[in-house]
Design a protein around this ligand. Structure first.
Ligand code: NAD
Length: 475
């Protein structure tokens, strides 16, 4: 049976087509058939959000804050069931899925606080008998387009600030994770979210994309650079406020003076956990000559201890890739790297578990900075080692891709760490920590092709989700 999977003006609507959601770890396990919206339903969702906007922006900040707190509470009450669904639909390990639900609740709580905290400024004018008041206002209706790799948390970190600051929204989740999105909206319905404030349309991005940019005031997107470019081109035709968070080719630099254990654990976690399907994954390990061989040997030894398997098993550390297409893409990159002269030193073989898309984490060595495997996002459990002679070369290599999301350095030198922090071209940077793994109360985003527009998350999110008005008041 096809489930009504589009939540528009407080009602569940059937659609024009059907998405079939399957268990990433066991594709024969069908989670459900979800009705997808066509462009007409997408337009209806935008119109519902527009109708709801006037009342929602006039509610007190206390009402908005209370609603966000109740969403957070409800997420925590149902955290185990939600985590189990994330594990089933997105293939995340139990620990990762649970952490994602808890993080989503923290995000809603944070913005429940921000809803009553944000404000403007009062300044003196440079002219006599004039005051200046700068105030923040909702933008209006916002389209939110999200990927599959954090099916709950990314929706949360866009929806919470949108609602907190008085906007209404339409969410279009990935076509690979409609079940998690529907569960989130059932939860919103249960806690009494006013009709039209938050709407959901499921479906293929290419089909719904143009409709989602018609008649809205802003778009916030997370996904690949290729899709981001398409959205930016369309959004500019409508002069939309645009926020794009995209991919990465994140470097982890390991200097000769690094603590070897710290460096290996940072690489292991950053490159392979979540099956490498994190935009902040360390896909390039830039290693100084003096520590290179010891680092590779120690990393390979740790990789052999990793438990790859069914994501619901408590001991599993690495689950499956999301789809056959993603597994094929990753295997294709490993072959390409070998054909360009890289050495597959460890892993890289697919595993036959329940017909799922499992890959043993792969380490490529003897790679060079300009190989495609070091320039293009792979989005799987694959890391390549680039040997460098010193810190200066490491920094130059770290900066030599079109991406600039996250970066990291392992060193015991305070001055090298400080220099790296200042000169690496990325929006996030880590010292003696994995390139992935971030807090919810501080800004998130990158430079170069990785990001476009204002930052997400933390107190800085207000810059995208509100517009400023400057009033001059004579007295
Ligand atoms: P994707 O670009 O294929 O899809 C993302 C979303 O865009 C999906 O909802 C999809 O349906 C939609 N979409 C596709 N074509 C569209 C179009 N023409 N118009 C409008 N929407 C369209 O990305 P994905 O495979 O779902 O996710 C993986 C990518 O996301 C990776 O590149 C990863 O680095 C990136 N990502 C970035 C961040 C970040 O915050 N920087 C976080 C997570 C994932």
């Amino acid at each position: 049976m096809t489930l009504a999977a589009n939540y528009i003006e407080g009602k569940w609507e059937k659609g024009s087509d059907t998405l079939i959601s399957v268990n990433a770890a066991c594709p024969d396990d069908v989670i459900g058939h979800y009705a997808s919206a066509g462009p007409i339903l997408a337009a209806a969702a935008i119109s519902a959000a527009r109708t709801a906007a006037t009342a929602w922006e006039s509610t007190t900040t206390q009402i908005r804050s209370d609603l966000l707190y109740s969403i957070a509470d409800e997420l925590l009450v149902h955290k185990d069931a939600l985590a189990a669904l994330i594990t089933r639909e997105a293939g995340k390990t139990r620990a990762d899925a649970l952490a994602e639900v808890v993080r989503s609740a923290h995000v809603f709580r944070f913005f429940a606080g921000e809803a009553v905290r944000y404000g403007g400024e009062n300044l003196s004018s440079v002219r006599p008998n004039v005051g200046v008041q700068i105030s923040r206002h909702p933008i209006g209706v916002i389209s939110l387009i999200t990927p599959w790799n954090f099916p709950l948390a990314i929706a949360a970190w866009k929806m919470a600030p949108a609602m907190a600051f008085g906007n209404t929204l339409v969410l279009k989740p990935s076509e690979l994770t409609p079940a998690v999105a529907c569960e989130l909206f059932r939860l919103l319905e249960r806690v009494g979210t006013p009709a039209g404030v938050a709407n959901l349309v499921n479906g293929e991005g290419a089909e719904l994309g143009p409709a989602l940019l018609e008649g809205v005031d802003a778009v916030s997107f997370t996904g690949s650079v290729a899709t981001g470019r398409r959205i930016a081109a369309l959004a500019s035709q409508h002069m939309l406020r645009t926020q794009l968070e995209m991919g990465g080719k994140n470097p982890l630099v390991v200097l000769d003076d690094a603590d070897l254990n710290v460096a290996v654990e940072c690489a292991l976690n950053g490159a392979f956990f979540s099956a490498g399907q994190r935009c902040t994954a360390s896909s390039r390990l830039i290693v100084a000559e003096g520590i290179h061989d010891r680092f590779v040997a120690a990393l390979v030894a740790r990789m052999r201890q990793l438990v790859v398997g069914r994501p619901q098993d408590p001991d599993t550390q690495i689950g499956p890739l999301i789809s056959r297409a993603q597994l094929d893409k990753v295997l294709g990159y490993i072959e390409l790297a070998k054909s360009e002269g890289a050495v597959l030193t460890e892993g890289g073989d697919s595993l036959d578990i329940d017909g799922g898309y499992f890959l043993r984490p792969a380490l490529l060595t003897e790679t060079t900075p300009q190989m495609r495997v070091n320039q293009e996002e792979i989005f799987g459990p694959v890391a390549s080692v680039i040997r460098v002679s010193d810190y200066e070369e490491a920094l130059a290599v770290a900066n030599c891709t079109p991406y600039g999301l996250s970066s990291g350095i392992c060193t015991t030198s305070h001055s090298k760490a400080q220099h790296f922090r200042l000169h690496v071209r990325s929006g996030l940077t880590m010292v003696n920590l994995p390139t992935a793994g971030l807090d919810y109360h501080v800004p998130f985003g990158g430079t170069k092709s990785s990001s476009f527009g204002p930052r997400e998350q933390g107190t800085y999110a207000v810059d995208f989700y509100t517009s400023l008005k400057t009033a001059y008041v004579g007295y």
